[in-house]
Design a protein around this ligand. Sequence first.
Ligand SMILES: CC(C)(COP(=O)(O)OP(=O)(O)OC[C@H]1O[C@@H](n2cnc3c(N)ncnc32)[C@H](O)[C@@H]1OP(=O)(O)O)[C@@H](O)C(=O)NCCC(=O)NCCS
Length: 169
Amino acid sequence: MDPSLETPRLLLTPLTLGDVGTLRALMIDPDVRRWAAEGRVLSEARVRYLTLRSLATFQRHGTGAFGLRLRAGGAFVGYAGLLPAHAPEGGLELGAGIWPRYWRSGLASEACRAVLDDAFGRLGLARALACADAPNFRSLALIARLGFRQIRTAPGTFGAIRWFVRERP
Ligand SMILES: CC(C)(COP(=O)(O)OP(=O)(O)OC[C@H]1O[C@@H](n2cnc3c(N)ncnc32)[C@H](O)[C@@H]1OP(=O)(O)O)[C@@H](O)C(=O)NCCC(=O)NCCS
């Protein structure tokens, strides 16, 4: 079954190895990598590994990381999706990264809502996790907008990392 999703403004398709160059360009943007990669400039090999991890997640869980493209014109906007969580309880963790020129247009919310609706609905996922560095106010606002509640804080590169959960509605 094709796991691709559609929203009013976006097409969401599973990231593939053909997206590695496009994805790396986004992930090394200074405003994106600050939070999505703890400031590091990820190598192409690392982005390839992350993409393979997403493809394996689609095989195992039916969901993973999606590339986001505008329905009007097809421009690559960013990524959003669920990947195995770096958390003691396991499960899947929501992540997203959008080119800064598209920030504050609601596209990240639109994509994340579609990913969560699909996971809670079609896939019957019981809960999703999310986390953000305490100073990453845009990510925290997105997580709040999506209806997550905080469960704990943990130490992180930028002070605290705040962890959240959202249960199936
Ligand atoms: C985290 C990130 C994805 C959030 O992006 P964002 O654009 O702020 O998030 P949203 O899509 O929810 O946009 C919400 C904003 O769009 C505005 N907006 C404009 N048009 C809108 C519309 N049609 N629908 C909804 N919101 C709209 C909202 O009012 C809100 O504005 P505000 O910031 O003034 O409150 C983005 O900042 C990013 O890529 N950061 C770098 C990577 C990162 O930190 N990733 C997360 C940690 S891994």
